[in-house]
Design a protein around this ligand. Structure first.
Ligand code: FAD
Length: 396
């Protein structure tokens, strides 16, 4: 078997890459280890309206659970900031399938229960994938392999492009989908508390009629395996604002997973291979959001793969244009978000509260977006000199 492009992983990154490559005329095979695409979800399912638009995806009623018009961010002392911004909470179960159907309609083939074991290498060049299917182990040859196989990325690792994640470079997450949650449903809710959620935060993302994704991420270096679920349960009982919101709520689903928060790997391409989405660690290190970036980078990967096939040049030097293009879209954002994430994860509750006292909602919006950061940092220094070291770091 030989294909122009083999995509490993039918998450958002892989399906969009396959869709773009197939639409441009490539023979595409998607290998997915799951029995059902999009299930179980490992996601709070939030995406900005801008994120979908940037990816060229028209919102569809079938996969939108709720429309959001703002985010509410709560400091440890309960001070609330309202940050305006349109977005959606999705049904990933439906969304992920919808995306793969787009790829199939464009001509891609899909093999489920196909567990990729390693990249096939020939003198350092990736030439295909070894995978375990329902009826044994197979090899499939490809002119380009797109590794979209999520945070673990066996393909990225066996191709030598993805190093192991250190605990400090990831957040471990646990989430319940709950019914009976009492929050304002036109907003996503973010709770910051360095003691409860070290190096991360807690979220409630409403899905309508009392249903919501209720979960958290905490820094791997600050926790032991399995801690995330324990901290989640403790917060539901003991965190003042959260326990109030879920007083009558009941879990109907448990989700666990990891999010890379270290910024993208150094090289997201090689001879015969592209890395995309969580496999490339294309996740915003400040928010842990990876949907917007996966969709946009997935499209770029599919387009570049098609150009390489067309030009009959799948060398690393040709495929470098993939990295150039996604860096143009997200390079500055990733760099700023990594710096901001490091600063916030070092702050104590006392310092976070002082920051909350110094800032208004416009400042918070600027900090989240990485705009006019020097102005915000100067304001912090003038109002809360005790935060000087963080403000200085932010200005660098
Ligand atoms: C708890 C949690 C909450 C999150 N909430 C949000 C949020 O609200 N908003 C947001 O933007 N981001 C969120 N994220 C991050 C977001 O889910 C990811 O960034 C996004 O799913 C990345 O898409 P992807 O296609 O790269 O990877 P994935 O969605 O992980 O898809 C990878 C696919 O590859 C398949 N696969 C893996 N290994 C193999 C293999 N060896 N062989 C074959 N197939 C394989 C998997 O089964 C999967 O289908 C969250 C993450 C977690 C863990």
């Amino acid at each position: 078997m030989e294909f122009d492009v083999v995509v490993v992983g039918a998450g958002p990154a892989g399906s969009v890459a396959a869709w773009a490559a197939a639409e441009a005329g490539c023979d595409v095979l998607i290998l997915e280890r799951k029995a059902e695409i999009g299930v179980p979800k490992q996601c709070a399912e939030g995406i900005s309206a801008h994120g979908l638009e940037h990816a060229g995806i028209e919102p569809q009623d079938e996969w939108i659970a709720t429309e959001i018009s703002r985010a509410l961010i709560y400091a440890p002392n309960g001070k609330e900031f309202e940050v305006p911004g349109d977005g959606y909470v999705l049904e990933r179960r439906v969304f992920d399938k919808w995306l793969v159907v787009r790829a199939v309609e464009a001509g891609a083939e899909v093999e489920l229960l196909a567990h990729a074991r390693r990249a096939l290498l020939d003198e350092g060049r990736v030439v295909g994938v070894e995978y375990e299917g329902e009826d044994g182990v197979h090899e499939v040859r490809a002119r380009i392999v797109i590794a979209a196989d999520g945070i673990e990325s066996r393909i990225g690792r066996t191709a030598g492009l993805v190093p192991s994640l250190k605990p400090v470079e990831m957040c471990t997450c646990a989430q319940y989908e709950m019914v009976g949650v009492d929050v304002e449903e036109d907003a996503t809710h973010f709770f910051v508390d360095a003691e409860f959620f070290p190096g991360g935060y807690f979220w409630i993302f409403p899905k309508g009629e009392g249903r919501a994704n209720v979960g958290l991420g905490i820094r791997g270096s600050e926790s032991e395996p399995g801690d995330a679920l324990k901290v989640l349960n403790r917060a539901l009982e003991d965190h003042e604002l959260i326990s109030e919101a879920v007083a009558d709520a009941v879990p109907v689903e448990v989700n666990v997973g990891g999010v890379p928060v270290c910024g993208p790997v150094e090289r997201t391409y090689g001879d015969g291979i592209l890395l995309v989405g969580d496999a490339a660690r294309q996740v915003n290190p400040l928010t842990g959001g990876g949907l917007h970036t996966s969709l946009v980078c997935g499209r770029i990967a599919g387009e570049v793969a098609a150009e390489a096939i067309e030009e009959d040049d799948t060398s690393a030097s040709f495929l470098k244009r993939y990295q150039d293009r996604w860096e143009e879209e997200f390079g500055k954002t990733f760099k700023y978000a990594l710096k901001a994430s490091k600063i916030f994860s070092e702050m104590s509750n006392e310092e976070l509260n002082a920051l909350a006292e110094a800032l208004d909602r416009e400042d918070i919006l600027r900090l989240v977006k990485g705009e006019e950061v020097v102005k915000v940092a100067k304001k912090v220094i003038s109002r809360k000199p005790s935060l000087l070291k963080y403000a200085k770091h932010l200005m660098k």
